[in-house]
Design a protein around this ligand. Structure first.
Ligand SMILES: Nc1ncnc2c1ncn2[C@@H]1O[C@H](COP(=O)(O)OP(=O)(O)O)[C@@H](O)[C@H]1O
Ligand SMILES: [Mg+2]
Length: 369
């Protein structure tokens, strides 16, 4: 999959009206701090996810001196070429267009465009809290399954309602209605997360082995707050367990006034040679495992949709040592359209620089370098 052209208009500090022609493979964006490099990646990410990775407030994305913003791309996947457009405004809700027709739901337009974002924060994927790893799974699955993305949205709404009941001491039929919906939607989410974790398992193990010259064996497992659910269980089995275990918690929930179990509390277990990497791994092992997980994500998406997503690498080269850098570049070289941001070209491999199209980003203006 690749972006052939991108047009931006008042997206944060980016003022470019003209469309930019991108390289099919490697695009490097060089600029000092706070010039708009991450903003550009954010615009691309927004087109593929319908949301930002930095904010939930869409109006933040519109240039402060303006009322409207536009991001428009020509994208080519292995089947067809299409135009994806997003309009943001301070006076109406965001609108997405696929080949000029307005999409009823954002995902109807964004589902054909897949990206993987990789930023220095992702190197904290292993070290960070469970919410980071849930987000990792959720974003990844949403890229390949619009129905998962929709369920996730519904789940959040239902969870909020159920928690509101608990907070306000409402324990009658109303709570029961939300409980049933929570279990219903939540079980589908759990099923999918377990299924995808099983697919990521061999991919991340292989990549981590390569990154450590065969020395380390990474093993990931879905770690749920609900007991007795695993890859052998159907959605119906999971529903039964979820409902049963939530019922057993009703006393506790009356005291704590918050939903005690479910996908919103789950985690990924990460072990290297049988040892929990989060608690006992060195910083190097944690970074390598994080990198392995992100690269496994790319391979997973490829295996699901039949082609590689567009890769967005925000400032990661400054954070990686030479061996990991080389590995990452060998992985993407020649097969994945990649956007790399950085403050300088030095430190980047010569071969890479020669094969890439290089742009400068200065005060919101993007030019060929
Ligand atoms: N809505 C907005 N309108 C105008 N400028 C913005 C807006 N949001 C962020 N900016 C500006 O964008 C710049 C940061 O851009 P960013 O892409 O994160 O920089 P970097 O090049 O370091 O990655 C800052 O100067 C910030 O003030
Ligand atoms: Mg940046």
């Amino acid at each position: 999959m690749k972006i052939t052209e991108l047009q931006l208009n008042n997206f944060r500090n980016l003022k470019n009206f003209n469309s930019i022609i991108w390289d099919n493979k490697i695009n490097i964006l060089i600029g000092k701090n706070a010039q708009g490099k991450s903003n550009l990646l954010e615009a691309v990410y927004y087109l593929s996810n319908g949301k930002s990775f930095r904010t939930n407030i869409d109006s933040d994305l519109i240039n402060l001196n303006d009322q409207n913003s536009l991001v428009k791309a020509s994208i080519k996947n292995k089947q067809f070429q299409f135009k994806l457009e997003c309009r943001l405004s301070n006076t109406y809700n965001k609108e997405f267009f696929l080949n000029g027709s307005k999409a009823l739901k954002t995902i109807d337009a964004t589902q054909y465009f897949a990206t993987v974002m990789f930023s220095p924060e992702d190197l904290m994927l292993v070290k960070g809290g469970p919410s980071e790893r849930r987000k990792f799974l959720d974003e990844e699955i949403s890229q390949i399954s619009p129905s998962y993305a929709n369920r996730l949205k519904d789940f959040k709404k239902v969870l909020l309602q159920r928690n509101n009941c608990l907070k306000n001491n409402i324990f009658d039929d109303k709570l029961e209605v939300w409980t049933e919906q929570l279990v219903q939607i939540g079980s589908h989410i759990l099923y999918k997360r377990i299924e995808v974790t099983e697919k990521l398992k061999p991919l991340s193990r292989l990549i981590n082995r390569k990154l450590t010259q065969g020395k380390e064996n990474l093993e990931i497992d879905y770690l749920s707050t609900i007991q007795n659910i695993d890859k052998r269980k159907s959605v119906e089995d999971i529903k039964i367990e979820f409902y049963k275990q939530l019922s057993l918690k009703s006393k506790e929930e009356k005291i704590k006034r918050i939903t005690s179990l479910g996908p919103q509390r789950d985690d990924l277990s990460l072990k290297i040679n049988g040892m929990d990497v989060r608690s006992f791994g060195s910083q190097g092992q944690q970074r390598t495992a994080s990198l392995a997980l992100k690269l496994a994500e790319i391979e997973f998406i490829k295996s699901e949709i039949g082609e590689y997503p567009v890769l967005l690498l925000d400032d990661v080269f400054s954070e990686l040592d030479n061996d990991r850098k080389r590995f990452l570049l060998e992985t993407v070289a020649d097969k994945i359209q990649t956007f790399i941001t950085g403050t300088e070209l030095t430190g980047l491999n010569n071969k890479l620089i020669k094969s890439a199209k290089i742009f400068s980003v200065e005060n919101g203006i993007i030019n060929v370098y």
